[in-house]
Write a protein that binds this ligand. Structure first.
Ligand code: HMG
Ligand code: MG
Length: 298
């Protein structure tokens, strides 16, 4: 009998590093990703083809992608907001990208400078060209449990954006609690509502830990049937357009949480801890992962 498994999408080198005040050199970003691959991660966001004026930390993502060694079964992905981003990703040899929409109008304006509907229209040619090129596209919905700029985000708005991204051809929809304000009961209702329009196997959970709820929210989504989760080594991260947001749930927390329940992740925890120590040292910061802190002090 094969063990039940959960798939982790490592977003530390993108969602994590995009929110650090310093822009790390390409060589460090490449080494981080290669250490994460060595630890067993198989889907990794390596950068973002966005405006370097908006997010300077993701400048030179093309060089990061070009330098990464290819391994069978390992996928490097990158965010693209428009055709210009897709073309840059293609030129850098990317085989998978992610588009990102929001369920909140205010966040959409502040993050990508257009309305939700304009963003969805902008993604149509991106999806069409990606399909032509045989590239897979993932879709994000941000602000699924609240918006940093205060507007309410009805569940129906999240469901609509998730449905449209899926209908457009995104193979997976990652539901982003950008500001980490969700709690397990709301997560369960949200997943149930989205799963009525998008197959549960095509939903992923993307939880930030701003209020310390991320692990509880992951468990709620797991119990509701989600089997794909985004996480960030050492709990790095946040969002440059979400003031006060802290990192994504730490990858170390999820590996510990899932392994303790007999769910395979393919990740070797000691090797993961080493990758975390590497990026903590590069940033000159203490780890935000409680699991890493606990295991290192043993
Ligand atoms: P804009 O100013 O409206 O774009 O920005 P524009 O089309 O008017 O072009 C203006 C300039 O940007 C031009 O350059 C373009 O060439 C350039 P100029 O002629 O002035 O020198 N430009 C680009 N440069 C590089 N790559 C591109 C690109 N497109 C245009 N793809 C734009 C619109 C979308 C570009 C801008 O708002 C942007 O880059 N936003 C980035 C936002 C971002 O990366 N946010 C963080 C990721 S989202 C997130 O973290 C949430 C998530 O984790 C899920 C969750 O937590 O919920 C995914
Ligand atoms: Mg995020």
């Amino acid at each position: 009998m094969t063990m039940d498994a959960v798939r982790l999408v490592e977003v530390g080198a993108r969602d994590g590093l995009q929110n650090e005040t310093q822009t790390l050199p390409v060589a460090i970003r490449v080494e981080l990703i290669e250490r994460l691959v060595a630890a067993g991660l198989r889907t990794l966001e390596a950068g973002a083809f966005v405006s370097p004026r908006w997010v300077p930390q993701m400048a030179d993502s093309d060089q990061v992608l070009r330098r990464l060694r290819q391994h069978p079964g390992v996928t490097y992905t990158a965010l693209v907001p428009n055709l210009q981003g897709l073309d840059a990703a293609l030129a850098a040899g990317c085989r998978e990208v992610a588009v990102f929409a929001s369920a909140s109008e205010l966040f959409s304006q502040r993050n990508i400078n257009c309305s939700i509907d304009e963003s969805l229209q902008r993604f149509q040619p991106v999806l069409a060209k990606a399909a032509e090129q045989g590239m897979a596209v993932r879709g994000y919905v941000s602000c699924v449990l609240g918006c940093p700029f205060g507007d309410e985000v009805p569940v129906a708005d999240v469901v609509r954006v998730a449905r449209e991204l899926y209908a457009m051809g995104c193979y997976e929809i990652s539901l982003g609690d950008t500001i980490g304000r969700g709690t397990p009961g709301r997560v369960r209702s949200l997943i149930e509502a989205c799963a009525s329009e998008v197959p549960i196997t095509a939903l992923a959970g993307h939880f930030h830990d701003t209020y310390g709820m991320a692990v509880a929210n992951v468990q709620a989504a797991l119990d509701a049937g989600v089997r794909v989760f985004d996480s960030s080594i050492s709990g790095l991260g946040g969002c440059p357009y979400s003031p006060g947001a802290t990192g994504n749930v730490a990858t170390e927390e999820l590996v510990y949480l899932f392994h303790e329940q007999g769910l395979a992740t393919g990740v070797d925890l000691p090797a993961l801890l080493e990758a975390g120590a590497f990026i903590d040292a590069a940033l000159g910061k203490a780890s935000a992962s409680r699991v890493a802190t606990a295991l290192r002090s043993k």
